[in-house]
Design a protein around this ligand. Sequence first.
Ligand code: 13P
Ligand code: SF4
Length: 329
Amino acid sequence: MDRIETPDDTDLASHYAPLYERVQHRISPLDWQLYLPSIDAIRRLKRERNAIVLAHNYQAPEIFNTVADITGDSLALARLAMNVDADVIVMCGVHFMAETAKILNPTKTVLIPDLAAGCSLSESISPRDIKLLRERYPGAPVVTYVNTSAAVKAASDVCCTSANAVEIVNAQNSDTVIFLPDRYLGAHVAGKTDKKLVLWHGACEVHERFTGAQIRSYRAPGIRVLAHPECPPDVLAQADFVGSTAAMSGDIRSSGATRVLLITECSMADNLAVELPNVEFTRPCNLCPHMRRITLPKIEQCLRSLTPVVEIDPTVMDGARRALLRMLA
Ligand code: 13P
Ligand code: SF4
């Protein structure tokens, strides 16, 4: 691999010293030394390629805080991807997020540093399953979580994220709604709407590992418990606040909490701790193996080679776009 010429190590360290100051409590000096050549190369390559790096809140701190131009939850990334003006979008997240960016901004080159960055929810359902459900519940609209493939989105009526699921379900003109594929998010939404929800059996392999007993064991006076709605009901029952990754971050700021138990993928607490140094985070640490496939060397390589490119099957493009645009509307 040919490297872009970089200053020597001492120059690099002093050039990026202000950036390190920001992340020093999350990244050790030894790791920083290892990361610096890639961070520097990625920042140069972004300019050369006219590229923008989007990173989900679950990306590792060395990516989220040093090379990302746009960060957020699934909803924010979808909205912002649609308006990216640059030629190239690099999605530091999982495959369905990169597909969403391509569907919403199809003239751009969309790259994902590792094509194998999947999602257990996306794997749990196919367009054929939706066809069978429609036959079983004729007339019921299909609301599909964005954590699904483009083909599944195309077979649905409208998409939702964890940030807008209740609102989207309530907007359906039917008493019965098919809600796919996360059974835990579905159960949470069912508790907040008068509609009858038909659920699927999908689950997030990261959030389903948390238990109510585990959360109780972390409870302490003055601690605020926040949980993502992909967690099982016994976990959500212990939470002071339930919401998307962006909503949880908003709650910490607005509640003024200084001790937080964050029940979600644990890189998020590391990233929040950079921005909110006065908040003490505790959490049982579950990492998403798919999000962790994205690394600095893979981002660098992807910007050098402009691969792997994310493409959408033309037969599902229009349907998937329609379902996403209905959500955004
Ligand atoms: P958010 O939409 O809350 O960012 O969550 C995405 C996700 O993959 C959660 O596991
Ligand atoms: Fe999918 Fe769960 Fe990973 Fe989110 S955390 S990408 S829902 S496996």
